[in-house]
Design a protein around this ligand. Structure first.
Ligand SMILES: [Zn+2]
Length: 380
C-alpha cells in the first residue's frame, strides 16, 4: 500500500515520489494500516518503490500482501497523471461496501489497476459494489502483455472481463505498462475464435493522454471477408480433426440434420457486429438459428430468434461471454444485426453446395456481393 495513517490518524502518502526527508520522518514514527489499524512498516529498499506493508502477516480485508512493484508503480503513475487536472484519492476506503479502489477520482470513479489474476466472481462483485455505491467502475489491465499470434491477439476469460464497449471503438480493452509509462488501447476487437481477436492497437504515452482518457479513432480496415472465411475453414477443420470431432455438439447437430459443416450456405458463419457477446464461433449460433428457426420462418422476429439461442444456451450448446463493465449491447442487439443482414441478402434463395469447389465459388460470389455490406456494419 502507498497510504498509511500516523499515530494522530493523519494519512501519509508515498504516491508522489517521496524524498529523503519524508522517508526519514516516516521511518522514525509509527504508522498503521488504514483498514485494519494494525502496524505497518515502511519498505524503501533499492528495488521496489517505497511502500507500506503490514508488520505481521494476518488477514487484512482491504490489502493483501505482496503487492508487486508493477502494481505499486502503476498506481503511483496514475495518481500523478490524474492529479494534474482532477481530485484523486489513493486507496480511499469506502465503508458502505468495505472496498478500497486503487484510486477514487472526483469521488465518482473507482479506478482499479489490476495486475494479478482474480476470479470472475471477485471481479463481478467488486464492480457491482462500486455501481451500487453510485460509482463508475474503471478497470485497467496491468498483467503480462497480451500475446500476439500472427495478426491475432489472445484474450483469455480473465482479460475479457475488462472489455468495454463504445459506439466509436466497438469492444475495447485498455492496459497500462508502468515500465514504459505507456497505455495500450486495443479497439475494434473482433473474435475469430473464442479467445483470438483481430484488434486495432494504439500505444499512448502516459504524459500525452488527458484524463478522462480520450482516444483518437484509428481508421483502415484490417480484416477482409476472405480472411474471415479462411479463418472459419481453419476453425472447422480444427474442431473436426483435433478436438471432439463428432462429439462436438455443433458438428453432431450439423451431421444429424443432414448437412455438411464445410458446405453450409455462406450466410451461416458470417462476422456480425456484437458477435463477441457469444463465446462460440458464429458458425455455431448462426447454424442453430437457421436450423431451429429461420429455415421454416425466414422473416422471424428478433424475440423468437433470441428464444432459440437462449434455449441453446440453457442446453449448454452455446455459452455467453461475461462482460461486467457494460450493459449495451445485449444478445437481442446482436440478433437484430444478424436478422437485418439475413433478410437484406435474401438468404433463403440459394441451395447448399454439393462440392468444395462449388462452395468456394459461392463464397467468392458472396464476398463480391456482400463484403461491403457486412464489413461496414462490422467495423465502426
Ligand atoms: Zn490492514
Amino acid at each position: 500500500m502507498l497510504v498509511a495513517v500516523d499515530q494522530y490518524g493523519q494519512a501519509v502518502s508515498l504516491a508522489n515520489r517521496p524524498n529523503e526527508q519524508l522517508i526519514h520522518e516516516v521511518r522514525s514514527s509509527r504508522h498503521f494500516c488504514p483498514s485494519c489499524r494494525q502496524p505497518v512498516i515502511l519498505k524503501a529498499g533499492a528495488i521496489k518503490i517505497p511502500h507500506f506493508a503490514h508488520a505481521s502477516s494476518h488477514a487484512c480485508e482491504a490489502f493483501s500482501e505482496g503487492e508487486s512493484e508493477r502494481h505499486l508503480k502503476g498506481k503511483a503513475d496514475m495518481h500523478n497523471w490524474i492529479r494534474r487536472t482532477h481530485e484523486v484519492e489513493m486507496e480511499a476506503y469506502l465503508p458502505e461496501i468495505s472496498q478500497r479502489p486503487d484510486l477514487l477520482v472526483d469521488g465518482k470513479v473507482a479506478m482499479e489497476y489490476q495486475c494479478s489474476h482474480m476470479s470472475v466472481d471477485l471481479f463481478v462483485n467488486r464492480t457491482e459494489g462500486y455501481k451500487q455505491n453510485g460509482l463508475f467502475p474503471f478497470w485497467i489491465y496491468g498483467g503480462p502483455p497480451i500475446k500476439k499470434r500472427a495478426q491475432l491477439y489472445h484474450f483469455s476469460v480473465f482479460h475479457r472481463l475488462f472489455f468495454q464497449y463504445s459506439p466509436l471503438f466497438g469492444f475495447w480493452f485498455l492496459s497500462y505498462c508502468p515500465d514504459r509509462e505507456l497505455f495500450i488501447l486495443y479497439s475494434q476487437l473482433i473474435p475469430v475464435q473464442s479467445s483470438l481477436y483481430f484488434a486495432s492497437v494504439q500505444m499512448i504515452p502516459l504524459h500525452s493522454l488527458p484524463y478522462p482518457p480520450s482516444f483518437a479513432k484509428t481508421s483502415g480496415s484490417f480484416l477482409t471477408l476472405s480472411d474471415w472465411f479462411r479463418q472459419k475453414q481453419h476453425w472447422l477443420q480444427k474442431q473436426l480433426y483435433f478436438r471432439q470431432g463428432l462429439y462436438h455438439p455443433f458438428l453432431s447437430t450439423v451431421y444429424k440434420t443432414g448437412h455438411n459443416p464445410f458446405l453450409l450456405p455462406p450466410w451461416v458463419g458470417v462476422p456480425i457486429r456484437f458477435m463477441a457477446l457469444i463465446k462460440n464461433h458464429p458458425v455455431e449460433w448462426q447454424f442453430y438459428l437457421w436450423n431451429d428457426l429461420l429455415v421454416h420462418k425466414p422473416k422471424a422476429e428478433s424475440k423468437e430468434a433470441a428464444a432459440v439461442l437462449q434455449e441453446r444456451v440453457r442446453k449448454g450448446d452455446l455459452q455467453l461471454n461475461m462482460f461486467p463493465l457494460f450493459s449495451f449491447p445485449t444478445l437481442l442487439d446482436l440478433i437484430e444485426e444478424y436478422l437485418l443482414l439475413f433478410q437484406s441478402i435474401g438468404a433463403m434463395n440459394e441451395k447448399e453446395s454439393k462440392t468444395t469447389l462449388e462452395q468456394m465459388e459461392k463464397e467468392r460470389r458472396f464476398t463480391e456481393d456482400f463484403e461491403e455490406l457486412i464489413m461496414t456494419r462490422l467495423i465502426f
